[in-house]
Each structure stands twice: as structure tokens, then as C-alpha cells.
Write a protein that binds this ligand. Structure first.
Ligand code: BGC
Length: 394
């Protein structure tokens, strides 16, 4: 018997997210294409109508996707009208289904011509991004409900330039400040460009916000490190873009319980209990979303949870995962945090960057060996009930 009903605010947005390189297929002109080919992925480029039908069937009223820069601007001086037309058609297809659109302008991939000029390291990167943003906002803005300029810039800095896993696969922390400030300038320029075209546009970023706490709460040094780490990874970007946002997009996946390790470089270690983990071996820690949201309250800006999800091939954990994260989100809302939507990552199983197709984040399963057959998972149906009713029983 359900004990309690949690009602979400009126007009709450419910949906799921994807990104171009992870789902579209046929992208061969970006900096990921050579070393991390995604092949036909989910063939979303051609099958988006079918996938939007599934989103509708699952009662989603918002959908987040990204624009593939390498398709729209395949070389410096050229914008491809056919490609921009396709994105217009996608946006119209969402409108016809009464699903709001959240469009990410950069979700990790750069056109080859940008990466050949030094990519994120080039001091002109913010201008390249600004020009691209001007073009897409003029072409698409009438159909876009929410713009997201950059997806998780801090994560990209870490995976591309510290761990060296993502293109350009460098391990060079000395480049970090340059890229950080390029991202800041790029975001601000894009924010202004969109607003010059439409002063009512809603423009934000999507950032990865981890919940960070101390392994040993009594240790002062651990506490200091937690504060520094929390500021750098969760708040520095927002502070530097200095109010150039109309909403904040929160991607929540991680709990980082930090421990000071004086005898082993880099002197800190993430040491979670890991009682429950996903197929990525990431700890499942629903309460963390509550702490993260509570901390965001001080920005006094609408918040959308732009990503939250897990790799779970057998779908044994997803339903509970969603419910628990929503329960904690609801508590934050009750305590005054202005959360206006939840978008699960992801609508579809897709290309999980350097982990390939093995990790399954989808509400909808994709059978890559069987003509990309799409099967709705049970967790997606459970989530669909919550989306439909705008409430959840616990
Ligand atoms: C990224 C997604 C990615 C997901 C799971 C997020 O940080 O925005 O592109 O698939 O995490 O790793």
C-alpha cells in the first residue's frame, strides 16, 4: 500500500535527454569520429519521428537533444542548409507532439576544422562558438523552448585534458586555465548572441554537479579539501559566467567522498562506500541530489535537472533509481528550491563515449544486432506513470 503521495509543482517538465554524437549516426567529420567511431548509433538522424513517438507514449513533455556542429558547419565558411533544415524539422516534430524542446549547442564534439585549429585550446574558440551560435539561433530560435550553450565544460576539461580519455586525449593540466576561460568566454558570447536575437530566450548551461563530502568528517584537512573541490567542480563556472544564465541545468550522477592521502599523488582519493553501483561502477547515491539542489538555491534561478540516470542493462535498478532521486528532489522543492523539470539520461541506449555501446543508459532498449529495434523498458513505463500524473506514491 502506498503511504504517501508526492505532488510535483504545476507545469513541471518531464522528459529525457540525448546528444547528437551519441544517437544520430553517420557523423564522420568531428573530432571523435576517427578514434571513437559511433557508426550508425541509434540512427536518430532518420528515426527521430519514431523516437519522439516513444517519448510521447511515455508521457514526456520535454525532450533534450544537441546540435551537431560538424554537420551544420562542416567547414569554417560553410553552413549546410540541409542540415539546419533537418533540425528545424525535428523541432517541428516535437511541437506537433506538444513536447517542449531543450537544445544543447555543444555536447562534447567539435567539427574537424575547429579541432585542427587547436580546438578548445585556440584563443579564437569563443568566437567560433559565437558565430555558430548566432547562425543556429537565428535559424531555429522560433522553435526552441530552452537553449543550453555548453554541456558539462568542467567534465570535459577533466576527461580531455587531465585524464586524457576524451579528444584531444591530452594529459596536460597546464592547459586547464586556458580552456576554462575559453569556455567562460564562449558561454557569455553565446548567451549574448541568443539574447540579442530574442531577448525573451531562455538560455542556460548544463553542468555536472557532484555531491562532495569528507571521508572523515572530523578531519579538518578533509573538510578544507571538500570545500575547495566543491567550489572548483560545482560552482566556479557559474561564478565566472556571472549571471549570464536564465536557468541552471543540473546533471547529477556522482557522490565523491573525499579522503586526503598525504603519501600518494595527487593526495586525494575518492573513497565511496559503493554499497549500490550501476553498470559503470558508479555509486548510486540518491540523497546526493538533495544536497546538490539545496546548495543551488542561493543562485535564486530556476533549475532543471537536465540529466540523471544510470547504466543498467538488465533494468533491475532503474525504476527504483528514478523514484529515489525524485523523492529527494521533491524534498528539495518542498524546502524552497525552484526545480522546474526532470530529464532522465537517456531516452535511448546510445554511444557512451569511450565506453562504446556496451553501457545501457536508455529508458528504451536498442537492439544493435537487430535493425535497431526499440523496446520500452519496464522502468520507462513506471517513469511514464509519474510523468502522466505529475505525482508519485512512495
Ligand atoms: C554526459 C552524457 C553521458 C552521461 C553518462 C553525462 O555526463 O552529458 O553525454 O552519456 O554523462 O556518462
Amino acid at each position: 500500500m502506498p503511504k504517501k503521495i508526492l505532488i510535483f509543482p504545476k507545469n513541471f517538465l518531464w522528459g529525457a535527454a540525448v546528444s547528437s554524437y551519441q544517437v544520430e549516426g553517420g557523423i564522420d567529420n568531428c573530432d571523435w569520429s576517427e578514434n571513437f567511431p559511433a557508426g550508425q548509433a541509434c540512427d536518430y538522424e532518420h528515426k527521430y519521428e519514431q523516437y519522439f513517438d516513444l517519448a510521447k507514449e511515455l508521457n514526456h513533455n520535454v525532450h533534450r537533444f544537441s546540435l551537431e556542429w560538424s554537420r551544420i558547419q562542416p567547414s569554417e565558411g560553410k553552413f549546410d542548409r540541409n542540415e539546419i533544415q533537418r533540425y528545424r524539422k525535428m523541432l517541428l516534430a516535437l511541437r506537433r507532439r506538444n513536447i517542449k524542446s531543450m537544445v544543447t549547442i555543444w555536447h562534447y564534439t567539435l567539427p574537424l576544422w575547429v579541432s585542427e585549429k587547436g580546438g578548445l585550446e585556440n584563443l579564437k574558440f569563443p568566437e567560433y562558438f559565437e558565430n555558430f551560435t548566432k547562425f543556429v539561433s537565428e535559424e531555429l530560435d522560433d522553435l526552441v523552448d530552452f537553449w543550453i550553450t555548453l554541456n558539462e565544460p568542467m567534465v570535459y576539461i577533466s576527461l580531455g585534458y587531465i585524464e586524457g580519455r576524451f579528444p584531444p586525449q591530452k594529459k596536460n593540466p597546464f592547459l586547464v586555465p586556458l580552456i576554462f576561460f575559453n569556455f567562460i568566454r564562449a558561454h557569455k558570447k553565446a548567451y549574448k548572441a541568443i539574447h540579442e536575437f530574442n531577448s525573451n530566450a531562455k538560455v542556460g548551461t548544463a553542468q555536472n554537479y557532484s555531491f562532495t563530502d569528507a571521508y572523515n568528517e572530523k578531519s579538518l584537512i578533509n573538510k578544507i579539501i571538500v570545500n575547495i573541490s566543491n567550489f572548483v567542480s560545482n560552482h566556479s563556472f557559474l561564478r565566472f559566467i556571472n549571471k549570464h544564465y536564465d536557468f541552471i541545468g543540473v546533471n547529477y550522477y556522482f557522490h565523491n567522498r573525499i579522503r586526503f592521502t598525504p603519501f600518494s599523488f595527487p593526495f586525494i582519493k575518492i573513497d565511496n562506500e559503493n554499497k549500490r553501483v550501476s553498470d559503470m561502477n558508479w555509486e548510486i547515491f540518491p540523497k546526493g541530489i538533495y544536497f546538490v539542489l539545496k546548495e543551488m538555491k542561493k543562485y535564486n534561478t530556476p533549475i532543471y535537472i537536465t540529466e540523471n540516470g544510470l547504466a543498467d542493462k538488465t533494468d533491475k535498478k532503474r525504476s527504483e533509481f528514478i523514484k529515489e532521486h525524485l523523492e529527494w528532489t521533491h524534498k528539495a522543492i518542498k524546502e524552497g528550491v525552484n526545480v522546474k523539470g526532470y530529464l532522465h539520461w537517456s531516452l535511448l541506449d546510445n554511444f557512451e563515449w569511450d565506453s562504446g555501446f556496451v553501457k545501457r543508459f536508455g529508458l528504451v532498449e536498442i537492439d544493435y544486432n537487430n535493425g535497431l529495434e526499440a523496446k520500452i523498458r519496464q522502468s520507462a513505463r513506471d517513469y511514464a506513470e509519474i510523468c502522466k500524473n505529475n505525482e508519485m506514491s512512495i
